[in-house]
Design a protein around this ligand. Structure first.
Ligand code: ZN
Length: 466
């Protein structure tokens, strides 16, 4: 599973907050590197596909996370002519009318989620091209795990309550934390597949975990909820996929042999958020292999790597090979060069208290809202907000619409924020007109002042009194 994590953050429904968990899973599908024969535009043998998925579900559902996905219903449909219902017991054709009559949203370009006769359900259209997806089965397990296990209304994991945009990395990006996490991952992978030398590999993993946690405690505090959520979802997805492929899905040896071939050390140049997936995924497999009873601890908020290293004494003086440091440094450089043109000007404006802020509500209230996030989520010294780079976006509010391109979007307490340069706007009365290189549009605003005197233009009529 190689990925550049695409963040399509709950754009229309607003961002998750501590009080209102998102109606969508914490992430969009990961982008992967190749197409498998399973992903076809046409020529799908629907009966054969459904039978295969039913067999896979029968092997995987009862064995994943103490059977938490056992009642899962998968609907495969092209949304016009074909629809198959799949459970771990059976599969049969359903009509598209059946589908419409059930309270299940149909998938647009991805998956959708809901319930089918009170059972948790996932709907997936296998005809939608997903050029970057390795395995639809892995994808379905991963996302169902988010929606129906982590967001289980009867027991919502504490980690899902952490606001997504607080999960951020320091900007400018640093090489050392990425290197330490890369080495942690490879040590865990070695510990998993090289059973004979497992104690040494675990001791090395403890070293890398400690050096990361000691030197970057703020990063650990900001990101460990992602290690829990994406790590366990990755674990469930890849294990579900593996169990569908191997003869004896209960055999830890068969699983290990499968993953010894399919899991690789982190290659380097991906978005930093991808580490959460791979580290948690391999840590979960390792915990099973060590026969540790770990799932309740992860549900309660411990990261898989914390559980696997609990009680493990660190080795000392581990060194990363120079070529790996070089690869990571080149990766960081590349990510920095991609982010800088999007965010640096906005950051300079945000650091200047004379530069106003434009605030738009999270619940935007207009149709056609979208934005494309193309960086990790970051924090920077001297700025109170997390932010990320967006390639383009439309933000329609009842007060007017803003079009954005190649800029940073900040996350405030009450809404999205843009920092404005002096040449980016005019304001006449309550009418704000944007005409900068990256922001255009106009809207009616209320002018307020932050505690430091900074002017804040707030989209009118959209701010609820607290
Ligand atoms: Zn995920």
């Amino acid at each position: 599973m190689k990925a550049a994590l695409a963040l399509f953050i709950a754009v229309v429904t607003g961002l998750p907050t501590a009080n209102a968990a998102p109606a969508q899973p914490p992430d969009a599908p990961r982008t992967e590197t190749h197409i498998t024969s399973e992903v076809l535009q046409s020529d799908i043998d629907w009966d054969a596909l459904a039978i295969q998925w039913q067999r896979d579900a029968a092997k995987a559902w009862p064995r994943l996370w103490d059977g938490a996905l056992s009642p899962l219903v998968v609907i495969l449909t092209d949304q016009s002519n074909n629809a198959r219902l799949i459970t771990k017991e059976e599969t049969h054709a359903i009509s598209v009318r059946d589908l419409i009559e059930h309270p299940l949203p149909l998938p647009g370009d991805g998956l959708s989620y809901g319930h089918w006769d009170a059972n948790p359900a996932v709907v997936i259209d296998p005809t939608v091209p997903r050029p970057d997806i390795d395995s639809l089965f892995d994808l379905v397990v991963h996302e169902a795990f988010h929606m129906h296990v982590q967001f289980n209304p009867n027991y919502r994991w504490p980690a899902v309550m952490k606001p997504r945009l607080e999960v951020s990395f320091k900007y400018p990006m640093q090489v050392d934390p990425r290197l330490y996490r890369r080495m942690l991952h490879s040590s865990l992978l070695d510990a998993y597949v090289d059973v004979g030398n497992r104690p040494e590999h675990l001791a090395a993993a403890a070293w890398w975990q400690n050096v990361w946690a000691t030197n970057f405690p703020e990063e650990l505090a900001r990101t460990n909820s992602r290690d829990v959520l994406e790590g366990t979802a990755m674990y469930a997805g890849i294990l579900g996929e593996a169990m569908s492929k191997i003869d004896n899905p209960d055999s830890l040896q068969e699983r290990r042999a499968y993953f010894a071939n399919s899991l690789k050390p982190l290659a380097g140049c991906r978005q930093t958020g991808d580490e959460h997936y791979d580290i948690g995924g391999v840590a979960g497999l390792l915990l099973d292999d060590m026969r540790v009873d770990w799932m309740k601890r992860a549900e309660a908020g411990e990261t898989p790597v914390e559980i696997v290293l609990d009680g493990i004494a660190s080795s000392s003086g581990e060194q990363a090979p120079e070529h790996i440091r070089g690869t990571i440094a080149a990766c960081v450089e590349k990510l920095a060069s991609e982010a800088a043109p999007l965010v640096n000007k906005s950051l300079a404006n945000m650091r200047d208290p004379l530069s106003p802020i434009l605030e738009l509500p999270y619940g935007l209230g207009g149709a056609g809202n979208h934005f494309k996030v193309v960086t990790d989520t970051y924090r920077a010294d001297g700025i109170a907000y997390s932010f990320f780079g967006i390639r383009d976006g439309v933000f329609a509010t009842r007060a007017g619409t803003v079009a954005a391109t190649q800029t940073a979007l900040f996350s405030g307490a009450d809404g999205f924020l843009f920092s404005l340069g002096p040449a980016d706007f005019d304001v006449v009365g309550r009418q704000l007109t944007l005409h900068g290189a990256s922001l255009s549009g106009s809207l009616i605003v209320d002018t307020v002042h932050d505690s430091d005197g900074r002017v804040r233009y707030r989209a009118a009529g959209t701010h609820q009194a607290r």
